[in-house]
Design a protein around this ligand. Structure first.
Ligand SMILES: Cc1cc2nc3c(=O)[nH]c(=O)nc-3n(C[C@H](O)[C@H](O)[C@H](O)COP(=O)(O)OP(=O)(O)OC[C@H]3O[C@@H](n4cnc5c(N)ncnc54)[C@H](O)[C@@H]3O)c2cc1C
Length: 442
């Protein structure tokens, strides 16, 4: 038994694999997969271990692709300036952003941290915010993967198109990704405008879906609503700036490290000890960061450090359901008085055509609930899950939830196609684990 015990960031999943390997080439990955398959041992690839679910867990062979993290190829520019860039599947997003920036390029959209690997991010449907934009999987143009048969396959919209669909978002069930080709855009700066606003005003502004509302008027809109308060902290990022300058490094340190991370550690500890403090602390926290405008390279605006460990569940619901859904969450919290010192995060994405994307076929709002590590989360998350289920919610594949393949199938029009491809490429479930069985079926 290998002494290495793998444990993920949120401490929500751990594994004691039989073997942890760090292959450096496709051939090594293929040899490991063939060796495992011949012994009847299962295989999972792991990225940064930043999923809250046990999607990367195995008691078999765990493949860590950290060593496969180079930039393999940069394609010529398309008329719109975008390019296709092929990178090793293990590359972390922060390194990818730096490599792209050095070439005058950038990812079109990102989530709120940059610690993940590109393979892990696409495999769980990781997304950012932007009503005209999709998640990471929509930026993928091709993949190279090692199949359960130990073969190296290139897949894209024309070569093995169905395998490509499952590989670009399929929890690693199509095979081990060794390289990912992304569509990237010329480097750009974003002007960020962050401000606390009355929740009622924000809900009214996001409600219209006919193009006249806040969400369509800007490139990237998100907000954090603090339970038991009527305040939402809005974060609006646009390319066409009004000329705001960069953020002073000391202000960034104050906001990101001292107010966001340091104060959050303190307030969640306080709230965990004394429940009565929570509404007041949430009110203070909602206003503490204050208003700020600044301009910075896109990847610095999209992401920020997250040092406080929390639990998270996130649901994708049709965009026009987000206001009633939030009102129901608010009503439940006020009725039960559940101790929740963490904000609810709301983001947006355009409908896409990726088979297992949480935004498949519908303009989407994402509602994410968080809970401090020291506090119970089950009752809160179950209540929110019940509300989101009523609104045809699809759970984020990498965040906590309790849904099963039987009911997820009804939410994804191409679910059966994904299962059919999985049956064809991995009939013996070399790449299966308990999580894939629960959410995709045996
Ligand atoms: C603090 C924090 C902030 C987050 N912010 C966001 C956010 O803004 N938006 C969002 O949508 N999500 C967010 N997430 C969730 C996170 O982006 C996803 O869970 C993502 O999958 C984590 O990437 P990872 O590299 O850690 O993957 P892992 O958790 O290691 O793996 C995820 C899945 O990918 C598979 N996988 C990994 N590598 C490969 C490979 N080479 N080949 C095949 N399969 C592979 C694994 O087997 C597993 O099924 C956040 C998570 C945390 C902890």
């Amino acid at each position: 038994m290998c002494p290495v015990v793998w444990r993920n960031w949120a401490r929500t999943a751990s594994a004691d694999p039989e073997l942890v390997a760090r292959p450096e080439s496709d051939e090594e990955v293929a040899a490991l997969v063939r060796w495992a398959a011949a012994r009847g041992t299962r295989v999972r690839a792991v990225g940064a271990g930043h999923s809250f679910t046990d999607c990367a867990v195995t008691d078999g062979v765990l493949l860590d692709l950290d060593a496969m993290d180079g930039v393999e190829h940069v394609g010529p520019p398309a008329p719109d300036g975008s390019r296709e860039v092929r990178v090793g599947a293990g590359i972390r997003l922060h390194r990818l952003c730096r490599e792209l920036a050095a070439r005058g390029l950038a990812l079109e959209n990102m989530g709120d941290i940059d610690r993940q690997s590109i393979a892990g991010a696409i495999s769980t449907g990781t997304h950012g915010t932007g009503a005209r934009l999709g998640g990471f999987a929509t930026q993928v143009r091709a993949v190279r993967l090692v199949t359960a048969a130990g073969e190296v396959v290139e897949a894209d919209a024309t070569r093995h198109p169905e395998v490509f669909e499952l590989a670009r978002l399929g929890l690693g069930t199509a095979g081990v990704l060794t390289a990912v080709t992304l569509r990237v855009v010329p480097a750009f700066t974003l002007e960020a405008h962050e401000a606390p606003r009355p929740l009622a005003e924000v809900l009214e502004a996001i409600e219209p879906t006919d193009g006249s509302g806040l969400v369509d008027a800007h490139d990237h809109v998100e907000f954090y609503w603090f339970p038991y308060t009527d305040v939402a902290l809005t974060k609006i990022n646009d390319r066409a700036g009004t000329g705001a300058g960069p953020l002073h490094p000391l202000r960034r340190l104050l906001d990101d490290e001292i107010l966001s991370n340091g104060a959050l550690t303190l307030t969640t500890e306080l709230c965990a000890s004394v429940r009565a403090f929570t509404p007041t602390i949430n009110r203070v926290a909602a206003r503490a960061l204050g208003e700020r405008r600044y301009t910075a390279p896109s990847y610095e605006v999209f992401t920020s450090p997250r040092r406080v460990v929390f639990r998270e569940m996130e649901y994708a619901i049709p965009r026009d359901r987000v206001v009633p859904a939030l009102r129901e969450v608010d009503a439940w919290l006020r009725r039960t008085g559940e101790n929740v010192p963490f904000p609810v995060e709301v983001r947006f994405a355009a409908a896409d055509d990726v088979w297992l994307s949480t935004a498949h076929g519908r303009d989407t709002a994402y509602v994410a609930v968080h809970q401090a590590r020291r506090l119970p989360y089950a009752r809160y998350f179950r209540a929110v899950e019940a509300i989101m289920t009523e609104h045809a919610g699809r759970p984020h594949w990498g965040k906590l939830h309790r849904r099963r393949a039987e009911d997820l199938a009804a939410l994804y029009p191409r679910f059966d196609d994904a299962r059919r491809v999985r049956d064809a490429v991995d009939p013996d479930r070399v790449f299966g684990n308990a999580y894939t069985e629960r959410v995709l079926g045996r």
